[in-house]
Design a binder for this molecule. Structure first.
Ligand code: SF4
Ligand code: MG
Length: 322
């Protein structure tokens, strides 16, 4: 299958005065057409920065090296005009808070049609397309919705509008950063159903960033686990959740509350996550890891194949189970 996103060896540093604070180290990640790929980890692990790099939206003063290819072309090497075209036609992003994506003073109709007009559609054609998009995300009164302002929508309904707008350019890739975290459980399920259906119908690749492992298990084909700005494990979803090989992945799973009868109570990972800039030499997870050995504080583990997974842990082949 063709890759709609290929990130290779991505390093990101933010400059702060004379110092440079590392955020991501050697991140590689791939999303194929029609595939849903999860990026999971605690907050502060660098997930959001990784996502923003895909749209060339790194914060000012950030220096990135490596490659971020969308449709085969490196986003990091694009000029402004090319980036704008890529954002309009190839990749779209949905954030946690839908209100951050809209202008509160503008009607939803204007918000939806302006992107379409920018691609050369007539006013009538843009309006027609906006109605279709609203319908496809389950807005029941699309005509009425066009006339309303963002504050007249609930968070869940507005997130649908934002998804509709994201789909206007028929992107090959949709990047969703915690898109349901701010929504109630029912709305969350509806938004997930919409994203999944759109992916199936249009073959859009979906990069889904979440701290919610259960959600990742439910919707993703493959999952990448990130800790302190590095990918520490990646595998097909079934394999990752059945046989976690990195102690951090196992810890995340053990700390997730489960609803089945007789399931063990959640066990939080001891300690706190550190950003890459504060990570000690060696394995960044060592201070929280029950399996840490002397070697772990000296040598940084690199991703290696174990079964169908890639794992960055010195003890991955010992069959660690928690
Ligand atoms: Fe734990 Fe060592 Fe593996 Fe890091 S490399 S996860 S400290 S066992
Ligand atoms: Mg985040």
């Amino acid at each position: 299958t063709t890759a709609v996103l290929e990130i290779e060896g991505l390093d990101v540093r933010l400059s702060e005065g004379r110092a440079a604070r590392p955020i991501l180290d050697g991140v590689s990640l791939r999303v194929a057409a029609g595939e849903t790929v999860g990026l999971v980890g605690e907050s502060g692990s660098g997930k959001s920065v990784a996502c923003r790099s895909v749209l060339g939206l790194l914060p000012g003063g950030a220096a990135a090296s490596g490659e971020v290819r969308v449709g085969g072309r490196d986003v990091l090497a694009m000029d402004r005009a090319e980036l704008a075209r890529t954002r309009a036609r190839q990749v779209a992003m949905v954030y946690q808070d839908p209100r951050a994506s809209v202008n509160p003073l503008r009607r939803v109709g204007d918000f939806l049609t302006e992107g379409l007009r920018a691609t050369g559609a007539s006013a009538a054609a843009a309006r027609q397309r906006a109605l279709e998009l609203l319908e496809s995300v389950g807005i029941r009164d699309p005509e009425g919705a066009l006339r309303r302002y963002p504050h007249q929508f609930s968070g869940g309904m507005l997130q649908r509008v934002v998804i509709a707008a994201a789909l206007a350019g028929e992107p090959e890739l949709l990047v969703a950063d915690e898109p349901t975290t701010a929504l109630d459980v029912t709305t969350q399920a509806e938004v997930i159903a919409i994203l999944t259906r759109l992916k199936d119908e249009r073959g859009t690749g979906l990069l889904f960033v979440t701290h919610d492992l259960e959600l990742a298990a439910a919707i993703c084909d493959r999952v990448y686990v990130m800790y302190a700005g590095r990918i520490v494990e990646t595998a097909a979803t079934g394999e990752l959740f059945d046989t976690p090989r990195h102690p951090y992945t196992a810890g995340l799973l053990a700390s997730t509350p489960r609803i089945e009868a007789g399931a063990p109570p959640p066990r939080p990972i001891p300690g706190r996550p550190v950003p890459l800039s504060e990570a000690p030499p060696g394995c960044a997870f060592a201070a929280r890891c029950a399996y840490a050995q002397e070697r772990c504080t000296r040598e940084s583990p690199v991703l290696e194949a174990h079964g169908g997974a890639l794992v960055a842990c010195h003890r991955a082949d010992e069959g660690i189970t928690l």
